[in-house]
Design a protein around this ligand. Sequence first.
Ligand SMILES: C[S@@+](CC[C@H](N)C(=O)[O-])C[C@H]1O[C@@H](n2cnc3c(N)ncnc32)[C@H](O)[C@@H]1O
Length: 287
Amino acid sequence: MQLKQALTSAIARLTADHVPSPRMNAELLLMFTLNCDRAYLYAHPERELTTDEQNQYDRALAERARGVPAQYITGHQEFWGMDLIVSPAVLIPRPETEHVIETVVELAGLTGDGGPRSPHTGLRLADIGTGSGCIALALAQELPPAEIHATDISTPALEVARANAARYQLESRIQFHQADLLEGFENSSFDFIVSNPPYVGESEEDQVQLEVRKFEPRNAVFAGPTGLEVIARLIPRAHAALRPSGWLVMEISGTISEEVRRLLRDWNDVRIRPDLQSIPRVAQARK
Ligand SMILES: C[S@@+](CC[C@H](N)C(=O)[O-])C[C@H]1O[C@@H](n2cnc3c(N)ncnc32)[C@H](O)[C@@H]1O
């Protein structure tokens, strides 16, 4: 079968199976199968697929048609310009989480009085619930002098995060720990505690995309009945582990933003930043 024909029938198959963005998915899985870029697909429409390639493409399409996210099939997701490894042990990094990185980078450039911070000042950061390691890795790249600790309750997730750190030669910059939130880091004097914690409520489960519910790790998405359970535990622990004037930066959702603001009522300089869809997305607060 020729490449062009394989692509056309894949688009028809994914469309029939109600997969969103069928062309994009068909192209992505063909690029994965042939280990090529999009330009190659359109430059070589008459290239014959080998039987092995056809079988591999069929298997990938069948997985996608039953709802498996393309990133778990290809094993990759782009985040902050990095090509990260992902597996079903970790949440697939989302573009909106890049706002967390932007916030920390901006705040790290300021001293307590709002003036510029010396680039050589050492920072101590903790990323809580690191998953694929996307936040810790992006911050390690953006803030080279920083000492970074990353925790997760899930051992398989930490294995993926460590593999990603090795992929970008950042193993010596980030220390990974299997821990419940900040367990073991009480009274640590961090400058920043950063987290994209689980924040979806089980009561909202029906509104969560089926693909997320079925295939992403449940303890990465759902926090408990209301969605606030992990954040409510994290806030006092972060307060204890930050130095005076240190920052807590968390990804949140619009559903819980007012409750998060209430939980942060004793903190200073509380601000909730919106994402590109104007949904409240990043909460920042100073101890
Ligand atoms: C929403 S995911 C975020 C993953 C990654 N930081 C990202 O932004 O894509 C939340 C992560 O928190 C971890 N987690 C859940 N409960 C935790 C806890 N009590 N302590 C530490 N990590 C936890 C999950 O295993 C998951 O990897």
